[in-house]
Design a protein around this ligand. Sequence first.
Ligand code: PLP
Length: 394
Amino acid sequence: MGVTTYLDHAATTPLRPEVAQAMAEVHGGPLGNPTGSHRPAQRAKRLLEEARDEVADLMGRAPGEIVFTSGGTESANLAVFGTLHGEWGAGGGGDRGVRMTVLRSAVEHPAVLESCRAAGERLPVDVVALGVDAAGVVDLPALAESVDERTRLVAVMLANNETGVVQPLAAVIDTVRDCGERALVLTDAVQAAPFMDLARATMGADLVALSAHKVGGPVGVGVLAIGPRVDLVPHHYGGGQERDRRSGTQDVAGAVGLATAMRVAAAGRASSVEVITRRRDRLADGLLSAIDGAIRTVAPEIATLPGHLHLCLAGVEREELLVALGDQGVCASGGSSCASGALQASHVLAAMGVPDDLARGAIRFTLGHGTTDADVERALDVVPAVVASLRRRA
Ligand code: PLP
């Protein structure tokens, strides 16, 4: 196998060595089911609760607000269905017959988008899309106009997975509070987690979704932080774990892995943000000057995550480009892909008004804790040459 230049950290990140070690230590001793009463069970419970305390601290939450899940997708589903079934929902008490409204930004990840769509099909819920501007930032005046006493949930992600654009979440929360006191705010902080101080950035959000594998932790573990205003109805029933909010035996090693990954990311955040930004900017400058007609999809003055570089390359088909780059060991992404791996037209670029011919050549490079200067230099050698050869063939 040749050299691999991994620039797809928004898809998943390499497991941090500290995480692998912490998880191995969990499995290195006797590990029971945390609900049991013997010593291995007590050890499991202690490790789980220590992980919960640590995650809560890093998120600025009380430990009782932290529910461990199987990842960002489950957290989003639990947030959407758990709140829509509560109080006003079908079968609930309250205002039977009154339709609820869910507002969600037009650029949400499919985890939120599809949960809302499914809720709209099954429950007395009207789902309303909140538009974004050309940079992909939510339209705050439109939000203020749309929130009313029927609004149950407003979903605006902290940072976008395709473009890395950071949303003005504090202003979203203020707007929602000013307009509709019953509305809850859900934020998907999955992409932001490695780079932002979550305690500060998500302060006031009622529901916050995270995923371990985007922070250098294991796949298959996530968190939903559930604030005190939320009356959540579970959608997993069973042994009543996670304070009855998510039944099922907890993944202790996974929770420890998630807490370790978040701790390591938080401890090195200031310097890693600086280094990753510098590398991303070097990649951006180099590619923009070497590739004719390359456009940076989001202007540099718009706040984005440090690792994201989204480009539109006219005259190139992104699937062909990704395959050709993959052949050279350069791993990037076209934005959102479905389970089969096929690329779909990007709803994010469509919401931003990016013309189809440009969106066809859209490519996302995402740098992270695994990226080196050598990766950037290699991408600068390979990408322009691959683009030139595809354009010659076209
Ligand atoms: N939300 C965002 C913004 C994501 O980028 C992802 C993963 O791609 C998810 C949610 C889903 O997380 P998971 O893969 O843990 O289900």
